[in-house]
Design a protein around this ligand. Structure first.
Ligand SMILES: [Zn+2]
Length: 400
């Protein structure tokens, strides 16, 4: 199975220049063919395939005015074309927005589809030689590809994709239902007991610092060096917010995966929710990212993330008598079932319902191979109910 290791890179001056050129060439190729495909599509109704673009690129490189494209590694340029083809495909299949032109001011990235290896304490890349890296673990197997990126705060990273044979099929642990919320970030029911995890709010925490730096930026003269420096300072706050959130989510998902073999969660419509006035809190909470992390970590270790349909009324259902209480609104934290008089904590009741619904889905999917045992409940695992979260931006899985 595939695995990704993300490491920090420390290219020397020469390598930085070469990378900048390669980033530029890939950006040019993307933008050039994005424009060409769009124009052709408007004129003829047909878009360019990867093969069309790759053939055209070979011709383009022979022209004097585009000969500088030869300085880039050919594989990275072809990869840009493949990415562009995928971006168009995703757009036409209604999975993504129309591809955008790339700017040199945002994060830059290129992918080397071949000829990369680990040498000593560095990553060997075509045309660059060995780039110093902070390797956090050893990779002894074949490397499939390396994606090199540069953040807007001038940090370099490599995402190394490799294939491993280690596959832990004997994962043991509990089956837990989790309810995601804003008051308590996650409420867990593991079949015996409940517990809650409080949310972190990095956007709010750093709001003051961000506002101050943005205000200072607006006072700097256009095109001045001080302005450029201040742009980096603003970017560093954004980076801090992202990293704080990601670190929290990685640790939390690690804990859940260590304790459970199956996690049941509601599949949320993150984009829909983020348009409401709760947007800031929801994006801050990073529900979609948590589900992505849980999904790939569980899968890698032989467990499963089971997603319950988001229209399942997990909150409104009384878990004792299954009475559906339609009078509940978002502000109600605790309620008494009008039918059986049981007292419920809103989130705990939801977590228990989600877990039960997950067990039901698992037990009705009989096409699976492995039988899961948890707390006396034997459950057969099927694949039908397990879907990747597609409603949020896909981040490549990173080995924590
Ligand atoms: Zn009841």
């Amino acid at each position: 199975m595939f695995n990704v290791l993300k490491v920090r890179l420390y290219p020397n001056k020469e390598q930085q220049v070469a990378l900048a050129k390669n980033f530029g060439c890939c950006r040019f190729v993307w933008n050039y063919y994005l424009n060409k495909t769009t124009t052709q599509y408007q004129e003829t109704g047909k878009r360019l395939s990867y093969c069309d673009m790759a053939k055209n690129l070979t011709q383009l490189k022979k022209l004097d005015e585009y000969s500088w494209l030869q300085e880039a590694t050919a594989g990275t340029l072809q990869q840009s074309l493949r990415n562009l083809e995928t971006a168009f495909k995703n757009f036409f299949d209604h999975r993504a927005r129309f591809p955008k032109f790339k700017s040199k001011h945002n994060k830059q990235s290129i992918r080397y589809p071949e000829s990369c290896s680990i040498k000593g304490n560095g990553v060997k890349l075509p045309k660059l030689g060995i780039v110093k890296a902070k390797l956090t673990k050893t990779i002894s197997c074949q490397i499939k590809s390396v994606t090199v990126s540069k953040t807007s705060t001038d940090k370099y990273f490599a995402a190394i994709l490799f294939e491993t044979e280690e596959f832990n099929n004997a994962k043991t642990g509990k089956i837990s239902g989790i309810d995601l919320g804003l008051t308590s970030f996650v409420t867990v029911f593991d079949g015996e007991k409940y517990y809650k995890v409080d949310p972190i709010k990095p956007t709010r925490k750093y709001a003051k610092r961000l506002r101050r730096r943005q205000q200072s930026l607006s006072r700097k003269n256009l095109g001045s060096n001080n302005r450029k420096k201040q742009v980096k300072r603003v970017a560093r706050v954004h980076e801090k917010i992202t990293n704080t959130r990601l670190d929290f989510l990685h640790k939390l998902s690690r804990k859940f995966v260590d304790e459970n073999q199956v996690i049941v969660a509601e599949n949320l419509c993150i984009k829909g929710l983020a348009r409401t006035k709760l947007a800031k809190s929801i994006l801050d909470a990073g529900f979609g990212m948590l589900l992505n992390l849980l999904s790939y970590k569980l899968e890698r270790e032989g467990g499963k993330l089971v997603e319950v349909d988001r229209f399942f009324p997990s909150t409104k259902l009384c878990n004792c008598c299954k009475f559906k209480n339609d009078s509940l609104n978002l502000s109600v934290r605790e309620w008494v079932c009008p039918n059986c008089q049981n007292h419920h904590d809103r989130d705990e009741n939801a977590a228990k319902n989600i877990r039960e619904e997950g067990l039901r889905i698992l037990s009705t999917n009989t096409d699976g191979q492995s039988v899961f045992q948890a707390c006396g409940e034997g459950v057969r695992l099927g694949g039908a109910s397990v879907k990747k979260q597609s409603s949020v931006k896909q981040e490549s899985p990173v080995t924590a």
